[in-house]
Design a protein around this ligand. Structure first.
Ligand code: ADP
Ligand code: MG
Ligand code: MG
Length: 883
């Protein structure tokens, strides 16, 4: 078997297509190497080794050691030095790299191969003793942490003590002897903590690091990250062993990270940060404030520190050229890691950049404009769910807000909430339904659960590529980072800036688009859906065949949905109009009525109200189809249950409390979900249907006449199981229509359809299609009734099912294709067999879920209908389903 894949010196085994085999990092390095870009030589142990090692109880297959030895010797030949050579040692990094990017979640060890002898060799060859011992102490700490499991804090304490004792403040003030002394202290610490000396043999170090890096696949933060991002747990990581290059070799050396376009806005400009005379994690750790790459960025941030462009113009030019070449090669916006060793550029990582949705849209649209990608690719590149973030509000600039402090605009969107200082507080607040802003000095992977729970994140340290910024952008959460003017006092639970103090629990607003931190809850402004968003959506619309409608019952929602591009209403739940504050009293009278005459009286008062409701929806949706569903919920839902509420209603209506209670009890059901609702209600209370139909038809007539455009009206009946039910209701609808004709001389055109939300209806679809001219799948109820699970009561056990992997995903969020989907397929086939032009749509939650939309598109549905804010998501998902 082959387990080790080499790269370097303009050559590589494997490339971008081999991510599953050698991990994203290994694949990127191999590809860059094959392109002839400057990449330190190395090799990658395949993900298969990672899997074998973890599955076998930590043993490596026979023959691996030989492969590694051979590959290491080859690296030495390219690099011109040998691993373990005391005079001129080859040092390596041992890096994790899974097929799916999990930034910063797993471990890496740098400067491996150093020991008491080789460090002297490194000092001689480099001519820089300070650098050699700086590297050595870094290595002992990193190895001590990653491989030996010691806490970082222990090493940092030792270093602090050392500095304190000598009156030193900055790391830069430490000389060679100091770092040598610190190395000794660190080695002493290892003995104290592990009862064993720091391993000196380079080969033992190498295998120790390889084992630790593979095992870091299962560290708690990696596991948590995978759970949050739905990444499979059994893929394992590859391990890349790579010759070290040194960004800490004096002032002509540096290390940095960069994006080929601005990851917040998508603007085409090289964008990133670097630190001179630094190594590896220094930039992302947030311990030193990084400097800007370009002069333009420096001017914009107003930073005093020189840009890379001005400090090392040649290396910068080389890097710009490489970045450009890589972007054209990958045809995507990239995230790059590089190091400059004594003026010479080395590339250490390339991967597709994490980006905000704004940046994703802008870069996709511009790349299509540049001819780098096609419009179809641009459309395919946007993750439909992320469009949600665009619908985030921003701070209304008209408002005289009270500025508390300013930081970096690390992740766009604005949010208000109460201040909390720990991730656990944030999590607790979420369970209590409170909105909070998580404030930290800087964040680490241990804070991620709190970041998830918070509405927004504020840090006082760290740049735009700090942990907080990167993770927040990934989550689509507002984040302000590096607000250096704020001092946090965790003990006191306060933060201060400019002489003012904010306490835990006080409300603040952060704007991750501008970096502002404001006192109080500031009014927010709704987003503008123009520009790149509109362009990309237009392209998407060109590809899709599925129509996107919306589920709305109020004029405000209908207007919003239309602005998001809805092509009609697929579900208008008339009961939501009944629930209206002003109407509920009349509705209750209707329900409590004891004689047909009393009920008729209440309904007569409801009629004009319903008519107005429908009229405004028809006006807003002018020219587009509107599907109205007849009343669905059980009547007892409209009646109060508590004594206090019953008293109140009794006083208001002049009906004795006992009667209200009795009626309420008479209507109560053990299983309301399976009870007296939907078509069943229409069968026992014909006068409700009659009123609703009159209201709908009269409204359609009015609006059609006033606008000169007939309303495209569809009426559907909920919870139907049989053709007999449907026929009875249709007969009543026709009767009500006749009444409208009698009153007004005519009635508008309309279509009659049915919902399919019971398994029986799905199976009897052929029968139903003889009467119904359209089907609308109510997938929420169909999922409930197919699984026999009540959605309202499901959370406790459904979560256990999901945790145990008994279900791939929540069937109420993503359609269960095996069971519910099969019923839908059957119903679709049987319905169309009877009525070839049968119109078919979906109006459950699943109508806004990308994976489910793909399924419906596959069945050639006419439309899906979803909540207004999901409309853009559905438009894009439908386009992607058609590509
Ligand atoms: P992560 O997946 O957490 O980004 P990496 O394996 O990319 O971990 O390593 C982190 C950092 O260590 C890199 O960004 C780079 O700066 C540094 N590094 C890794 N390998 C080398 C190397 N061979 N030479 C110099 N620096 C390295
Ligand atoms: Mg990296
Ligand atoms: Mg339903």
């Amino acid at each position: 078997a082959k387990w080790v894949y080499a790269f370097g010196g303009g050559f590589a085994e494997g490339g971008l297509a081999d991510r599953d085999l050698i991990g994203g990092k290994g694949a990127g390095l191999a590809e860059m190497s094959a392109l002839g870009l400057p990449v330190p030589p190395g090799f990658t142990l395949s993900t298969e080794i990672g899997r074998l090692y973890l599955a076998s109880g930590h043993v490596f297959p026979d023959g691996l050691a030989d492969e590694v030895d051979g590959a290491l010797a080859a690296v030495g030949r390219i690099a011109g030095r040998r691993f373990g050579d005391a005079r001129d040692p080859l040092l390596v990094s041992v890096r994790s790299g899974a097929a799916v990017s999990m930034p910063g979640m797993m471990d890496t060890v740098l400067n491996l191969g150093l020991n008491d002898e080789t460090v002297e060799g490194l000092a001689r060859v480099s001519g820089d003793r300070r650098f050699a011992f700086d590297s050595y102490r870094r290595f002992i700490q990193m190895y001590g942490h990653v491989v030996l499991g010691l806490d970082h804090g222990l090493f940092e304490e030792k270093l602090e003590d050392y500095k304190l004792a000598r009156g030193l403040v900055l790391d830069g003030e430490l000389a060679a002897e100091d770092w040598q002394a610190v190395s000794d202290l660190f080695k002493g610490l290892v003995i104290e903590e592990t009862d064993a000396a720091f391993p000196q043999a380079p080969t033992a170090q190498l295998w120790g690091a390889i084992r630790a890096v593979i095992s870091s696949w299962n560290n708690p933060r990696a596991v948590a990250y995978r759970r949050m991002n739905a990444i499979a747990g059994d893929a394992g990581t590859a391990v890349t062993v790579q010759a070290m290059v040194f960004g800490n070799l004096g002032e002509t050396s540096a290390t940095g990270v960069a994006f080929t376009r601005n990851p917040s806005t998508g603007e085409k400009i090289l964008w990133g940060e670097f630190l001179p005379n630094a190594q590896g994690e220094d930039v992302v750790a947030g311990t030193r404030t990084p400097q800007d790459l370009t002069e333009r960025a420096r001017q914009e941030t107003g930073s005093e520190a020189a840009s890379l462009e001005s400090l090392m113009p040649e290396a910068f030019a080389a890097f710009s050229a490489v970045a450009d070449r890589l972007e054209r090669h990958h045809r995507d916006m990239l995230d790059l890691e590089f190091t400059i060793e004594r003026g010479r550029l080395w590339m250490l990582q390339v991967r597709p950049a994490k980006r905000t949705i704004r940046a994703a849209l802008r870069s996709a649209v511009e790349m299509a404009g540049e001819g780098l990608i096609s419009r179809a690719e641009a459309v395919a590149r946007i993750e439909p769910r992320t469009l949600d973030q665009l619908l985030h509000p921003t701070i209304d600039p008209e408002n005289g807000a009270d500025l508390f402090a300013r930081g970096l605009p690390a992740s766009p969107g604005a949010a208000s909430g109460a201040v909390v200082f720990t991730p656990d507080e944030a999590e607790l607040a979420r369970t209590q339904g409170r909105k909070v802003i998580l404030v930290r000095v800087e964040t680490s992977p241990e804070d991620v659960h709190g970041m998830h729970a918070a509405r927004g994140i504020l840090t006082t340290r760290g740049g735009m590529t700090s942990h907080a910024a990167v993770v927040a952008r990934g989550m689509g959460k507002p984040c302000v980072s590096g607000a250096g003017g704020i001092r946090v006092d965790f003990k006191a639970g306060t933060m201060t800036a400019g002489g003012r103090t904010i306490r835990r629990g006080d409300t603040i607003t952060i704007d991750g688009g501008t970096g502002q931190v404001l006192i109080g809850a500031v009014p927010l402004r709704e987003p503008e859906l123009s520009g790149d968003f509109a362009t990309l959506m237009r392209w998407a619309d060109d590809f899709r065949t599925l129509k996107i409608r919306t589920n709305v019952d109020t004029p405000a929602d209908a207007r919003a949905a239309r602005s998001f591009g809805a092509e009609g209403i697929g579900l208008c739940r008339t009961e939501h109009m009944f629930f209206d504050q002003r109407r509920i009293a009349v509705v209750r009278e209707m329900i409590l009525a004891e004689t047909p005459a009393a009920r008729a009286d209440a309904l007569a008062r409801l009629l004009p109200m319903q008519r107005t409701d429908f009229a405004s929806l028809f006006e807003i949706m002018s020219g587009l189809p509107v599907t109205v569903r007849l009343l669905d919920p059980p009547l007892h839902e409209f009646l109060p249950t508590g004594d206090a509420e019953i008293e109140e209603l009794s006083a208001a209506m002049g009906i004795p409390p006992a009667r209200i209670r009795a009626r309420s009890e008479a209507l109560a059901e053990a299983n309301p979900m399976l009870g007296h609702r939907g078509v069943r209600l229409a069968i026992s209370f014909p006068e409700i249907v009659e009123m609703q139909i009159r209201a709908i038809l009269e409204a359609a007539l009015d609006v059609g006449e006033a606008s000169g455009r007939p309303v495209e009206l569809e009426i559907m009946v909920p919870l139907v199981a049989s053709k007999a039910e449907l026929d009875l209701i249709y007969q009543r609808i026709r009767a009500a229509e006749a009444q409208v004709v009698r009153l007004h001389g005519r009635a508008p055109r309309y279509e009659l359809g049915t919902m399919i939300e019971l398994p029986r209806a799905a199976l009897a679809a052929g029968d139903l299609a003889r009467s119904a001219s359209f089907f609308s799948f109510g997938t929420n109820d169909l999922t409930q009734t197919t699984f026999g699970i009540s959605r309202d009561d499901a959370a406790p056990f459904l979560n256990a099912y999901l945790a145990l992997g008994l279900m791939p995903s929540d069937p109420f969020a993503t359609l269960d294709e095996t069971g519910v989907g099969e019923l839908i397929r059957i119903a679709t086939e049987r319905g169309r067999a009877v009525r070839p032009g049968l119109k078919i749509g979906v109006c459950g939650e699943h109508g806004g879920d990308p994976a489910s939309i793909r399924f419906f598109a596959g069945l050639d549905f006419d439309y899906v209908s979803c909540s207004p804010f999901r409309v853009p998501v559905a438009r894009l998902a439908a386009a992607q389903a058609a590509l």
